[in-house]
Design a protein around this ligand. Structure first.
Ligand code: ZN
Length: 563
């Protein structure tokens, strides 16, 4: 006996056989019952969801010769009359199946149209099934359009397509449209189980779940994997034989690996990696499996559990759900990034498996670390972090690669105290800008302290003088009319003269400048530096900062401010 592939052998013959397309079944059933059958249908959906099967069921229903159906269209074709059997075998003279992928031209469509007015030979309706209809050329669509507008009573069109967006809306609007959805994994799994039972093939549920999960909603794909698995497993369906057949890592294995990673069980990580490697999976496949697990966990975190259960099947759901509750989306998304990075490293590593091991260990150490936000929260709640975490190996593994930048630990900006005006572009730019609007007249001002003098120079836009003072002038004492000072060695000899001239221009008072040699006196720049060092020491001794620096070595403080 010739072996028929499962997808063909178990092709749905009635609407009730159709798996996972409840909406379509309901609407079609009603329109047949009410005898309001459209003259053209368009069936959309991805591959293997049942478009062609549905098209044939409609064609059979339209033409079934079962006497019990009283010579009217039925949604429940008998499947045994000559019309039903010849349609099932694609040899009905009035049911024409055409693959638009191979016959795209206007002449092909014209051939159909020219024959359209001839009455049917034996059947009630002439049915044209055009598969992959989006492949038709524009002129072919135009030729078709006229017929779609005024079709003869005895003609029905059924279009099927995977890419409905490529079909002119003028065509779509003249058809009854059905969008076939991807079939839920749990339904595929159920279908596989019933087929295995009929075929008397022994199977493990895990194996069928695995097939349904990777079939991505296509029953046809699932069935063809099942076909191969039967041959590969010599008549029985086991998970190991399927994963090795497809070169895919079993999701349970990946999940186990990920559990060891978040539990920081480094020894078990290495064991699991060895096991998967021994089972014949290469490093990339192991990593791909892990990435799939992480992305599924993320979906579990975000979507409601019951909606997820439909898209994954079997024990995997429970295990995924358990693990997903233990890990934050924040950590998950960073795990994803790190695994992706490891993926890139693998390709350039001399030994891929070692690179994989290192990557997975690094990931597990990372998982033991709290995120910066958690860290701050916990420390501010008075808890010490990471007491139990052995963070030593982190240094060897170069955990973070780049030092983590912890910016905006606190809002504000410590960087205000720049070395001098000259190194503060923002401030000097502002001075230049203001200059344009400054009036020439000015009145004499009161000078109460040395800062007033600096403001005066700033107002005068004498930037070079200001920079010189900040760097070389050491103020010792200030009283109205008398300033005691010292100068650095680099100071210009007539610096004080310039200052006094400027003051004289703006003040009525006679000012006296007295130089008092004093090595301990500081310039403005030096004073600022000292203040900043003091602040830095204060930051460094801060408990939160200390903890962060301990756990993220090499971390830098971006911005901070004092309250
Ligand atoms: Zn029939």
């Amino acid at each position: 006996m010739v072996y028929t592939v499962l997808a063909r052998k178990y092709r749905p013959q009635k609407l009730s056989d159709l798996v996972g397309q409840e909406t379509l079944v309901k609407v079609l059933t009603n329109s047949f019952k009410l005898n309001r059958i459209a003259h053209a249908f368009i069936l959309t959906g991805s591959r293997g969801v049942g478009k062609t099967s549905t098209a044939r069921i409609i064609a059979k229903g339209l033409n079934c010769e079962d006497p019990a159906k009283k010579n009217t269209p039925t949604i429940d074709p008998c499947g045994i009359c000559s019309s039903c059997t010849s349609i099932a075998e694609s040899r009905h003279i009035d049911v024409l199946e055409m693959d638009a992928a191979s016959r795209t031209g206007v002449s092909d469509v014209r051939e159909i149209i020219e024959n359209i007015d001839y009455k049917t030979v034996t059947a009630r309706f002439k049915v044209y099934i055009i598969d992959e209809v989006h492949m038709l050329s524009n002129s072919a669509f135009n030729a078709l359009l006229k017929t779609l507008e005024e079709p003869p009573e005895h003609v029905k069109f059924i279009f099927a397509t995977t890419e409905v967006t490529k079909i002119p809306t003028t065509v779509i609007s003249r058809c009854q449209r059905f969008d076939l959805t991807r079939i839920e994994a749990s339904k595929i799994s159920g279908q596989l189980e019933s087929i295995c039972n009929k075929e008397e093939i022994s199977f493990s549920r895990n194996a069928l779940s695995f097939i349904s999960n990777i079939a991505e909603g296509s029953l046809r794909d699932a069935l063809s994997i099942l076909d191969q698995a039967i041959v590969h497993g010599e008549g029985s369906i086991e998970l190991e034989s399927i994963t090795s057949m497809l070169g895919l890592v079993d999701q349970n294995g990946s999940l186990k690996l990920f559990k060891h990673i978040i539990d920081q069980e480094q020894e078990k990580i290495l064991e699991e990696l060895d096991l998967q490697y021994k089972n014949g999976f290469d490093s990339i496949a192991i990593l791909n499996g892990l990435m799939e697990t992480i992305s599924k966990l993320m979906i579990f975190k975000i979507r409601k559990e019951d909606s997820v259960e439909k898209s994954f099947s079997g024990e995997l759901v429970q295990s995924l759900s358990k693990v997903s509750k233990r890990i934050s989306t924040d950590i998950l998304s960073r795990c994803w990034q790190m695994v992706l990075k490891n993926h890139g490293e693998l390709k350039s590593a001399p030994d891929m498996f070692s690179a994989l091991q290192m990557g997975m260990l690094r990931l597990s150490f990372f998982c033991g670390l709290p995120g910066p936000l958690d860290l701050i929260k916990q420390i501010s709640e008075g808890k010490m972090i990471g007491e139990k975490v052995d963070i030593e190996p982190r240094h060897n593994l170069d955990l973070m690669q780049k030092p983590t930048e912890i910016s905006e630990v606190m809002p504000g900006n410590i960087g205000n105290s720049s070395e001098s005006l000259a190194t503060d572009p923002e401030r000097s730019a502002k001075l230049t800008e203001d200059f344009q609007f400054r009036g020439k007249e000015k009145k004499k001002i009161e000078i109460n302290d040395f800062d007033d003098i600096l403001s005066l120079i700033e107002e005068e836009r004498n930037l070079p003088l200001l920079v010189e003072i900040e760097n070389n002038f050491k103020l010792i004492s200030f009283t109205a009319g008398e300033i005691e000072f010292d100068l650095t060695q680099d100071a210009r000899s007539d610096l004080v003269l310039d200052i006094s001239k400027l003051i004289a221009k703006n003040s009525d008072l006679q000012w006296k400048f007295v130089r008092v040699p004093d090595n301990s006196a500081l310039t403005i720049v030096a004073k600022r530096k000292e203040t900043r060092n003091k602040q830095q020491r204060k930051i460094d001794s801060n408990l939160v900062v200390k903890e962060i620096k301990r756990i993220f070595p090499g971390a830098r403080i971006g911005k901070s401010t004092f309250h």
